[in-house]
Design a protein around this ligand. Structure first.
Ligand SMILES: [Zn+2]
Length: 287
């Protein structure tokens, strides 16, 4: 018999919410009904892209989920509105890097060399230049960021983080997908602090939300000391299969930021400098 541990909902702050739709990019639905020994129903994704025989042009219906997905198909779990909770569990170790975020351009991996304690032993051009522009409007020095793969409970309750139940209280199928999260050092610390004696942070279900009283920034809370997906054998098998193509960590590592050569970074910074007060087009010529 399968019985989930109760969510420790008291840990979750009630947050004022305006109900809104949760975007569901459903992957596979697995029946998560406890107390049932029947094999769970697995529903394959409905969208199928027709394989075009020969010609490059193919007919594509509007609303095709695959067409709307951009990038490598690994979506980011992030919150856009306050008052909502996203429930997830960590399913990988974190990867970390020092990066520079450059407005309107993106995130680039820092090229400075650091020792194991993160002290810069050889400062690269990115840090020399971007450090100099440090103010609200301009990119600052290198920042440590973390990324990790997560199991996202797509149909968990957006107000409380609970899992879906029918009127009689029976568990409904969990809709889920593997996503990635980006964490600041502060987020990383917050999540690590959810760990307790005998409870590893990778064993729990947690919720993520935008901190109510700050302009930006995520908060995290534990919602179940035992991740529910790990308690459903069928789901465990599905998740393992979904994680297999990600096992080398490359896709996740790509989420840290763009890896560019020193030369490319100079070019990016040079175009930035053109708009800056102390424009120095010599940056380009230094190449
Ligand atoms: Zn740097």
């Amino acid at each position: 018999m399968q019985q989930f541990t109760d969510d420790d909902l008291q840990d979750v702050e009630p947050i004022k919410v305006t109900p809104a739709l949760v975007a569901t990019t459903k992957a596979v639905v697995v029946a998560a009904k406890p107390n049932v020994t029947v094999a769970p129903v697995v529903v394959e994704e409905e969208t199928t892209v027709p394989t075009a025989p020969g010609p490059d042009d193919e007919d594509v219906e509007f609303g095709d989920e695959r067409e709307m997905k951009f990038g490598d198909g690994l979506d980011r779990l992030q919150m856009k509105e306050k008052g909502k909770l996203a429930r997830f569990a960590l399913v990988s170790k974190a990867k970390a890097a020092f990066v520079h975020y450059i407005e309107k351009k993106g995130t680039y991996k820092c090229l400075s060399v650091r020792d194991k304690d993160h002290n810069v032993t050889q400062e690269a051009y990115c840090c020399q230049k971007l450090g100099a522009y440090k103010n609200a409007a301009q990119p600052a020095g290198a920042e440590r960021i973390f990324v990790a793969l997560v199991f996202h409970y797509e149909n968990s309750d957006i107000k409380k983080g609970g899992l879906p139940k029918d009127a009689s209280g029976a568990s409904l199928p969990i809709e889920w997908s593997i996503k990635w999260v980006k964490l600041t050092r502060h987020n990383y610390r917050t999540i690590t602090e959810l760990e307790e004696e005998n409870v590893k942070v990778t064993d729990i279900d947690m919720v993520m939300f935008l901190v109510p009283d700050r302009a930006f920034g995520y908060g995290f809370r534990r919602i179940n000391a035992k991740a529910v997906w790990k308690q459903i054998p069928q789901l465990v098998a599905e998740v393992e299969a979904a994680l297999k193509p990600l096992a080398d960590g490359k896709k996740l590592a790509n989420k840290l930021g763009r890896s560019v050569s020193a030369l490319e970074f100079r070019t990016v910074i040079a175009t930035l400098a053109q708009g800056a007060e102390e424009a120095n087009l010599g940056d380009v010529e230094e190449l």
